[in-house]
Ligand binder design. Structure first.
Ligand SMILES: Cc1ncc(COP(=O)(O)O)c(C=O)c1O
Length: 371
């Protein structure tokens, strides 16, 4: 068996190559470099797929978080809660706005932000806003309760959907009802671009106008400024590529979901590993295979898998509170035990659009030999 990569982006390219090259030629001929009709068309198509009334594109998923938090009212000196288990960008966005992160543990079953911990963190620290991350390609079993809790306590809520394109909860796309949601089109995401890219979803025309302005230097007119904003815009080449990718959304989701479920079924009776997946009522997008190992650390198992030619990953090997820039800056709430334990034990097997069953089988065989 040849090596199995952790991610192989090349499997989609033959399906969009011709059409994309045609689009790119037109973009070059029309100099559609920043903004333009393809960006507008993409935003409309994204709104349709995400079930949200409004979508604004931007330069990457990290900017999307910063701008969504700013639009939601986060200011220097405020406190913002976020899960201790997430990608570093979630943490960075809070600090870049001059706010203080309050790190909250995750639920031991669905690995998403724990509502019980969020409640006690609010009692203890009275944070002003919260960042809910829909991690690993699914979402919290308690999403509607988390939203209701934030509303009840007047906590501004931003939902990081970087890993959640195509996830639905109770039959509705996960960001459909988010006050503010964010996406990343980093190439390895479920819907990946030809370069960095991102988007922000929101509900009202007022919020959309604010976000559009913040993404474009806080402009009110070309050389008049209503806010101190950012330069975070998408161009035609990226929008054209993304439109070709999102036209394949059903096939991408079907392939990923099939592999994610296949891994869980195949490993269900193995006592040496524990697999994770969406809670009842949540439909996953197949972003990531997530399992934990016992007896050995995740790092040891991944090293053995790599030795066997299987490109395994560890999402994530360390929590937010373990990062040096968080020391003395972030407020760590409670013992953060679950997130730390997951980081110690987590292993991800290869999972990408177009992965074959023999590749999944080879990955599982190597895993079982390694644990
Ligand atoms: C949960 C999460 N939030 C934010 C980001 C940041 O997105 P980007 O890399 O597009 O800036 C990512 C991905 O990279 C992510 O996985």
């Amino acid at each position: 068996m040849p090596p199995v990569p952790f991610i192989d982006l090349s499997r989609l390219i033959p399906e969009i190559r011709e059409a994309t090259l045609g689009d790119w030629t037109e973009c070059l001929d029309r100099c559609e470099f920043v903004g333009g009709p393809r960006v507008t068309a993409l935003e409309g198509e994204l709104a349709g797929q995400l079930g949200t009334p409004r979508v604004v594109s931007c330069a990457n998923g990290t900017d999307a978080l910063i701008i969504a938090l700013q639009a939601a009212g986060v200011k220097p000196g405020m406190k913002v809660a976020l899960p201790n288990l997430t990608f570093w960008a979630t943490y960075e966005a809070v600090v870049q706005l001059g706010a203080t992160p309050v790190l909250v543990d995750v639920d031991a079953e669905d690995l998403q932000l724990s509502l019980d911990e969020l409640r006690s963190a609010h009692d203890a620290h009275r944070f002003d806003a919260a960042l809910l991350v829909h991690l690993y390609g699914w979402a919290s079993a308690r999403l509607s309760e988390i939203r209701a809790f934030c509303k009840e306590r007047s906590v501004a809520l931003v939902e990081d959907g970087a890993q959640a394109y195509g996830v639905s909860v109770g039959g509705r796309p996960v960001l459909a009802d988010a006050a503010f949601g964010t996406l990343s089109f980093y190439p390895a995401k479920v819907i990946g671009g030809a370069m960095d890219g991102g988007a922000i979803t929101m509900q009202t025309a007022e919020a959309e106008a604010l976000v559009r302005s913040l993404c474009n230097h806080g402009r009110s007119q070309h050389y008049s400024y209503a806010h101190v904003g950012w330069n975070s815009r998408m161009g035609g080449l990226q929008a054209a590529f993304l439109r070709r990718v999102i036209a394949h959304t059903p096939a991408i989701l079907a392939s990923r979901r099939k592999a994610a479920a296949w891994y869980r079924d195949r490993l269900a009776s193995e006592s040496r590993v524990r697999t994770y997946g969406p809670p009842a009522g949540v439909e996953e997008n197949g972003y990531l295979n997530v399992l934990t190992v016992q007896g050995k650390t995740g790092a040891e198992v991944v090293a053995a898998l790599k030795e066997a030619g299987i490109g395994a990953g560890r999402t994530y090997p360390e929590t937010m509170d373990a990062q040096p820039p968080a020391k003395g800056v972030a407020i760590a709430h409670g013992d953060l035990r679950v997130s730390r334990e997951i980081c110690e034990r987590v292993v991800n097997l290869p999972l990408f659009y177009g992965i074959r069953e023999d590749e999944c089988e080879a990955s599982v065989s190597a895993l079982l030999a390694a644990v």
